[in-house]
Design a binder for this molecule. Structure first.
Ligand SMILES: [Zn+2]
Length: 396
């Protein structure tokens, strides 16, 4: 038996075949394919063995790596500290870690110090409110599944902050005086939906602005006239789904662009045309297939079914992206980090969600992750807990 029989990825017939390494980007592509092949070969039989090893999901090391980082309350990435909380807490939740009451309180207390008196959250204590850490803080608090965490969010000032960064053309600036891009729209609408403060003043002209960012390729750019990109495409489709307007997106070209972002040899996704595979796009691109399915279900049309090769994506993540010491990396020669751990695990959860029986999951039962909400990227259980908490608040 060889790698070609065992895996859907790493097939020689999918390898880039050129006579000479004529450009730097072609040379990079070949280098990445070689690295992925080397990772797959590590599972091959050693001296007296006959069988290939099946990929192993290293849950214990992932838990240890992610938990150690959260426990230290890291101060690197000083303007992204709520992000470090979200990446860790969501990863730990996907790994079925149970947070102690003490740890939950510490996280709630820390994030409260990042909440601005003007509403929303800054990248650290005392920093100006910004939509990106606002999303990260609210989603981290929702992930903890406790009333203390959800009650700590000041919904009134949060709504004021969101209105203050909404623009008349429907877009959002990331912070007062800041740049416009698709992340802003998604972050604003995601927290407004979750905390049930979304109103008409926050969405005036927003669906039209989002659609103006769909490019000729089919994906979405960060703003009108810019290149289609996986992160912005997720943000655009996530925001349209929240608004109940996903039908406005041109689906055929979007699907064609999305499907072509999965790399035949490596199995993972890239973020843009002619770019290299990267683990974080497992979620950014993979979840969009789920969002399209949600819209098709709403329209009572047949869903996409298996529109991408979920097994190949699982192979890329388990074989090429697990750091032996725990955590995930972008690709084999990159260092592990919390961002790629979070979005690698989230992408794995999306791929596994297509196998309802959980019988064919690569790595077996030990690799099985809980269902996630593809719009918000928290577990379905955390989404249900937060939604019912804010529902009850509204009915009082
Ligand atoms: Zn990445």
């Amino acid at each position: 038996m060889n790698a070609n029989v065992l895996f859907r990825s790493f097939q020689e017939k999918f390898q880039l075949c050129i006579e000479e390494r004529t450009t730097p980007t072609l040379a990079s592509q070949i280098r990445v394919e070689d690295m992925c092949q080397d990772e797959a070969q590590k599972l091959g039989p050693k001296e007296d063995e006959k069988e290939w090893k099946m990929p192993f999901f290293d849950r214990d090391h992932h838990l240890a790596y992610t938990f150690a980082d959260l426990s230290k309350c890291p101060t690197y990435l000083d303007a992204s500290r709520p992000w470090l909380c979200y990446w860790s807490v969501h990863s730990l939740n996907l790994l079925n870690h149970t947070f102690s009451h003490d740890m939950k309180s510490k996280i709630v207390t820390f994030l409260k110090t990042c909440e601005s008196p003007e509403g929303g959250y800054g990248g650290g204590p005392g920093q100006i409110p910004h939509l990106a850490p606002t999303y990260a803080a609210v989603l981290a608090l929702a992930t903890l599944r406790c009333e203390e965490a959800l009650a700590s969010i000041n919904r009134e000032t949060l709504a004021n902050f969101l209105r203050s960064v909404h623009q008349t053309d429907g877009s959002y600036i990331m912070h007062t005086g800041g740049e416009v891009d698709m992340r802003g729209v998604y972050c604003a609408l995601a927290v407004a939906k979750l905390t049930k403060i979304l109103d008409q003043s926050m969405i005036e002209n927003t669906p039209e602005w989002i659609i103006s960012c769909q490019t000729y390729e089919g994906g979405f750019g960060g703003e009108p006239g810019t290149e289609a990109h996986g992160g912005y495409t997720f943000c655009a489709m996530g925001a349209l789904t929240i608004l109940g307007k996903a039908k406005l997106a041109e689906k055929d070209s979007l699907l064609k662009w999305l499907s072509n972002r999965q790399m035949r040899f490596e199995g993972g996704f890239c973020g843009r045309s002619n770019k290299l595979v990267d683990a974080c796009y497992s979620f950014w691109q993979g979840a969009v297939f789920r969002l399209i399915d949600m819209e098709l279900e709403k329209e009572e049309q047949p869903t996409l079914g298996l529109a991408f090769d979920t097994r190949a994506l699982e192979e890329y993540l388990l074989i090429c992206c697990q750091d032996p010491r725990g955590g995930f990396r972008d690709k084999p020669d990159r260092p592990r980090d919390l961002y790629h751990t979070c979005y690698g695990l989230s992408g794995l959860a999306v791929a596994q969600s297509y196998d309802e029986s959980k019988q064919l999951i690569l790595g077996g039962e030990a690799a099985c992750l809980p269902p996630i909400d593809p719009v918000l990227n928290i577990t379905a259980e955390s989404e249900t807990f937060a939604s019912s908490y804010f529902e009850r608040l509204l009915s009082r």
